[in-house]
Design a protein around this ligand. Structure first.
Ligand code: GLN
Length: 309
């Protein structure tokens, strides 16, 4: 049914209009003060397809904070650098806990449950800091390569705000360090992690950047092999089971696609062999997932019959 749809734009616009009453059922992230300043009543949706088309509606070229969606890019970089050794330092199981939870980290002796909760992403940041001479630049370079846009940057205000209010993430990092699972200095690791979270990007750029995950590791517009076919499969598996934190089960139940959310209000969903959907709207539910973005992706997946299950 997907291939019969030549112009998704009118469907996207209709969905966006229908979602607007939902703005008030969420709350913009305020534990990072710079994010609390973002106007709540905004939304966008974009679909990038493997054959090079982009459909969008709403503020699809408006920048937002990448936040936890940066964990996907960091993970791919670390898998490329470290190979299977990575999986001795981080697990691949859903956590069933909030994204910044610390309890399991003690039970499991400093091994994070998976690479897309905060503890896991901080571990991945350690791998990047330890294996790149300039990991922050390498991260931005990777994103610029994937989007084809030199303009991608890290928002200094968001970065400094997270650095100043990052005590929970510092606690996760120091606990892992105490178990010997962080190699570099904790301040340097946190600096990298906050920097990648502070990346400014828009819905269209983000959708395009992740097409390789829907295409067995090959970025369609450049034909470049970004990661192996096996690693693309593995990232999608992790996103399916853990990408929406302790709402991952519900998301699989209702949508059925590998996906990742961030507290900047964006959600990205991978549709293997077809493309990537991104949606953005700042108000979040109690799991830290955008209310409107969830609804947009759910409705689109439903209308187009995209569930993998
Ligand atoms: N930078 C945020 C944090 O560490 C990312 C969390 C998120 O987007 N879920 O808390």
């Amino acid at each position: 049914p997907i291939t019969e749809i030549t112009d998704l734009s009118s469907l996207l616009l209709r969905m966006l209009t229908q979602c607007q009453p939902l703005y008030s059922s969420g709350k913009v992230a305020d534990y990072i003060p710079a994010l609390a300043q973002v106007a709540p009543q905004q939304a966008a949706v974009a679909v990038a397809t493997l054959d090079g088309k982009i459909f969008s509606a709403g503020a699809a070229q408006q920048n937002f904070s990448l936040q936890s969606i940066s964990k996907i890019f960091g993970l791919v970089m670390a898998m490329n650098r470290l190979g299977d050794g990575l999986w001795q330092r981080v697990n691949m199981e859903p956590s069933g806990q909030p994204f910044n939870s610390i309890v399991q980290l003690e039970w499991e002796k400093g091994i994070p449950r998976n690479p897309v909760i905060n503890a896991g992403a901080i571990l991945v940041a350690d791998v990047l800091v330890s294996h790149y001479s300039a990991s922050k630049t390498a991260f931005l370079t990777f994103l610029r390569r994937l989007t084809g846009e030199e303009a991608i940057y890290a928002d200094q205000q968001v970065y400094l705000s997270e650095l100043e209010h990052g005590n929970r993430n510092a606690a996760l990092a120091y606990l892992m360090k105490s178990f010997g699972n962080i190699e570099a200095g904790v301040p340097q690791v946190l600096e990298h992690y906050f920097h990648q979270c502070a990346t400014a990007i828009n819905c269209e750029q983000l959708a395009r950047s992740l097409l390789f995950l829907a295409n067995r590791g090959v970025q369609p517009h450049t034909n470049e092999q970004i990661c192996s076919r096996r690693d693309a499969h593995r990232v999608n598996a992790i996103l399916s089971t853990s990408g929406m934190y302790d709402q991952s089960g519900e998301f699989a139940f209702k949508v059925g696609l590998p996906a990742k959310s961030g507290v900047g209000g964006a959600i990205v969903a991978i549709v293997p062999q077809f493309g990537v959907i991104t949606a953005w709207s700042p108000p979040l539910n109690r799991f830290g997932n955008s209310v409107v973005a969830m609804q947009l992706i759910q409705q689109l997946a439903d209308e187009l019959g995209l569930s993998l299950f």
